[in-house]
Design a protein. Structure first.
Length: 163
């Protein structure tokens, strides 16, 4: 009887560990438990800088910075930094050619999303860096910080009512 219970406990523990490793591997921000050799691994990420909300506000006022909202279109439509464009990593194939043709590699780009754990902005800024945009930065928890500081926002509903 004790042997059977020990065996069942061992099977349950093994299943729990297997599930934990699987979930960690599937998460975009999972812990790097094993050496990964692809470009997106945590150990081989390119150098990418986070920009502070204070610096982002300064850059907004200069008018020479491109703000990119990396959130889904529905979130962007509900509200975004005034003048920002909505580009998502998911639909990059649809917009990348126009972006490359119309945006100088010297453009200062600030990419943001919302939430402290949101990695959409960082991931997209990293893609811009890989494409040669060396002045691409990400603003962590950008949308929430922007609103908290009372900075100008807009929404698709506001834009439609102004026309």
């Amino acid at each position: 009887m004790t042997r059977k219970i020990a065996f069942e406990v061992l099977i349950i523990a093994f299943a729990a560990v297997l599930i934990a490793f699987t979930v960690n591997r599937l998460r975009p921000d999972g812990l790097p438990l094993f050496s990964e050799k692809n470009i997106n691994s945590h150990s081989e990420r390119i150098s990418l800088e986070e920009i502070s909300i204070t610096e982002a506000i300064k850059r907004f006022h200069t008018g020479d910075t491109l703000f990119v909202d990396a959130r889904p279109a529905s979130d962007f439509n509900s509200g975004h930094i005034n003048g920002a464009i909505n580009l998502t990593d998911t639909y990059m194939d649809e917009w990348i050619d126009d972006f490359l043709a119309n945006t100088s590699p010297d453009t200062l780009i600030i990419v943001y999303c919302d939430g402290l754990r949101c990695s959409l902005g960082r991931d997209l800024a990293e893609q811009f860096r890989l494409l040669g945009y060396t002045k691409a930065y990400y603003l962590k928890d950008g949308w929430s910080q922007w609103k908290k500081h009372g900075m100008p926002t807009n929404s698709i509903d506001q834009e439609a009512s102004q026309k």
